[in-house]
Ligand binder design. Structure first.
Ligand SMILES: *[C@@H]1O[C@H](CO)[C@@H](O)[C@H](O)[C@H]1NC(C)=O
Ligand SMILES: *[C@@H]1O[C@H](CO)[C@@H](O)[C@H](O)[C@H]1NC(C)=O
Ligand SMILES: *[C@@H]1O[C@H](CO)[C@@H](O)[C@H](O)[C@H]1NC(C)=O
Ligand SMILES: *[C@@H]1O[C@H](CO)[C@@H](O)[C@H](O)[C@H]1NC(C)=O
Ligand SMILES: *[C@@H]1O[C@H](CO)[C@@H](O)[C@H](O)[C@H]1NC(C)=O
Ligand SMILES: *[C@@H]1O[C@H](CO)[C@@H](O)[C@H](O)[C@H]1NC(C)=O
Length: 466
């Protein structure tokens, strides 16, 4: 965790030693699709500079990590490959399709193929597994080239994640919901948080729409009802972080991160569309969009306010990638819930203009999009900043066609397996968890650090366990 002072010092160092101040900023005409494509290509190339998984001796499919080996936890590469699938979908540039496909198949880990690889159990939360599952689901929805027949298929991979998570739904504590961590001995196993439940909702909703199997839709309804029922989503559509089983999930951690809101509004819009416009889902989409706009887009430019505002601790490596998930989710919401289209397009454009203003001509992008120039924020793993800027640029092209996510009945070719993942062994059987693994990782671990180190809205120590 890097303090604001350390950040300022590193930014200064960067400016003086590398002469960054002299490099031109990235030039983009946001009214020209060609110009957007060309800028996105520059940023994508910059992003993939951080990926070494295709080099000899490296592990396929991961970004350098997890800490202390490198800055990135396992999940973030899953999110990166999802970002690259959207990049291909919106721009048509297939430069990274091969690496993406190889990575998504390798990290699923045969024979179970459910994104619970042995190597990464120490950082395996439902959210971590879910980010890979959502990338596989996206591949099915956008017609990303299907893997060879002897390899796992995109739809089946998403179903495997869904099935293993549905089996972990647990009614004894807090009357339902998923826990954050999968491994009982990982720190955070007693935390039932929003991200685990909205990742599950997100995949369930998309499987329902893709396959027209109502079992998935029921799970999406149940997950929403539970998450709102315990108060993690309030009546004004604030989306909070989670609570602990010891407190029956009433000790709600009130911090709001955009990743939670983003995955939730995407899931809600998918259910709105799947139900052919059900009023309850319309109200949720409207409410979430309204609150998201006000909270995360002050002045039309996205701000990760829980950790980006100057009086807060600095955002960590995970959080530096969150803006990208919001932009990607909102673009899909604009497709699936057309009544949101005008508002979302306006928002995506003003915010992308901010993102672009943070980039240099070589595609290096900053984290603060409202600063008017590159912020020199390299301390927290630049891949997240690149992913966010790439998402902001690519999703601007949504207005070129508003192509609906494919379904099994409308051109989707991915082959599913309703029972995928059901013969999966729980990771406990695969790896003895040592005490030193207990710090865990997971998407939200550093949220927890932020809460203990910093001055977020809650003080007392649900997170002291880490
Ligand atoms: C697990 O780690 C080993 C040793 O580094 C590596 O050879 C293997 O490819 C990794 N598997 C996955 C799925 O990351
Ligand atoms: C625990 O929370 C659930 C869900 O909010 C509620 O239905 C239940 O009554 C609570 N149990 C206790 C013992 O308070
Ligand atoms: C529908 O999904 C459920 C839940 O995964 C599964 O058990 C069932 O077999 C599926 N039905 C069909 C017809 O695929
Ligand atoms: C669902 O999405 C499609 C594709 O954008 C759109 O044509 C349709 O109107 C949407 N359904 C509803 C109920 O808005
Ligand atoms: C959100 O809803 C409130 C209350 O209905 C309304 O006053 C406000 O303008 C809305 N904000 C946005 C950004 O839609
Ligand atoms: C998906 O579509 C294919 C080809 O049209 C069909 O054979 C298959 O039964 C469909 N699967 C489901 C689950 O509806």
């Amino acid at each position: 965790m890097v303090s604001l002072k350390a950040f300022a010092a590193s930014a200064l160092l960067l400016l003086t030693t590398h002469g960054v101040g002299a490099q031109d900023s990235l030039q983009v005409d946001l009214n020209s699709a060609d110009s957007i494509r060309s800028a996105a290509k520059t940023v994508a190339r910059n992003l993939m500079g951080y990926y070494k998984g295709d080099e000899p001796g490296q592990t396929i499919g991961i970004l350098p990590g997890p800490p202390p080996q490198g800055p990135y936890y396992w999940w973030q590469a899953g999110a990166m490959f999802g970002t690259l699938i959207d990049y291909w979908h919106y721009t048509g540039d297939d430069t990274y399709n091969g690496e993406t496909s190889t990575a998504l198949i390798f990290q699923a880990e045969a024979p179970a193929n459910s994104y619970m690889p042995r190597n990464w159990t120490a950082s395996l939360g439902n959210d971590d597994q879910g980010f890979w599952g959502m990338a596989a689901m996206l591949a099915a929805e956008v017609g990303f080239p299907d893997p060879p027949e002897d390899k796992p298929q995109w739809l089946a991979l998403a179903q495997a994640v869904f099935n293993t998570q549905a089996a972990r739904w647990e009614d004894e504590d807090c009357a339902g919901g998923l826990r954050w961590q999968i491994i009982t001995t990982n720190g955070g196993y007693n935390y039932k948080n929003t991200v685990a439940n909205v990742v599950f909702l997100n995949i369930a909703a998309r499987l329902a729409r893709y396959t027209k199997n109502e079992s998935y839709a029921e799970w999406a309804e149940r997950s929403y009802s539970w998450t709102a029922g315990v108060g993690y989503i309030d009546k004004d559509y604030n989306v909070f972080d989670g609570g602990h089983v010891e407190a029956n999930c009433t000790d709600i951690n009130l911090v709001q991160f955009s990743a939670n809101a983003a995955l939730l509004i995407h899931g809600a819009a998918t259910m709105y569309n799947h139900t052919n416009g059900a009023e309850r889902w319309r109200a949720r989409v409207e409410g979430l969009l309204n609150r998201t706009t006000e909270h995360f887009f002050p002045n039309g430019i996205m701000v990760e306010r829980a950790c980006e505002l100057e009086d807060r601790v600095q955002c960590n490596v995970d959080q530096h990638s969150f803006k990208g998930y919001m932009h990607r989710s909102l673009a899909t919401v604009a497709i699936l819930a057309p009544f949101t289209r005008n508002d979302i397009l306006t928002l995506l454009k003003t915010s992308a203009a901010g993102a672009v203003s943070s980039c240099l001509s070589d595609g290096t992008c900053g984290f603060r999009w409202d600063a008017g120039s590159y912020d020199g924020d390299i301390a927290n793993g630049p891949a997240g900043q690149e992913m966010s800027a790439l998402a902001a640029l690519s999703t601007l092209l949504v207005s070129e066609q508003f192509a609906a996510p494919l379904t099994n009945g409308t051109g989707g070719t991915s082959v599913g397996d309703p029972d995928a993942g059901s013969d999966n062994r729980e990771p406990e059987e695969l790896v003895p968890i040592t005490t030193s693994d207990r710090g865990g990782a997971g998407v939200l671990t550093a949220f927890l650090l932020a809460s203990t180190v910093g001055c977020l809205v809650w003080i007392s120590g649900p997170w002291n366990e880490a």
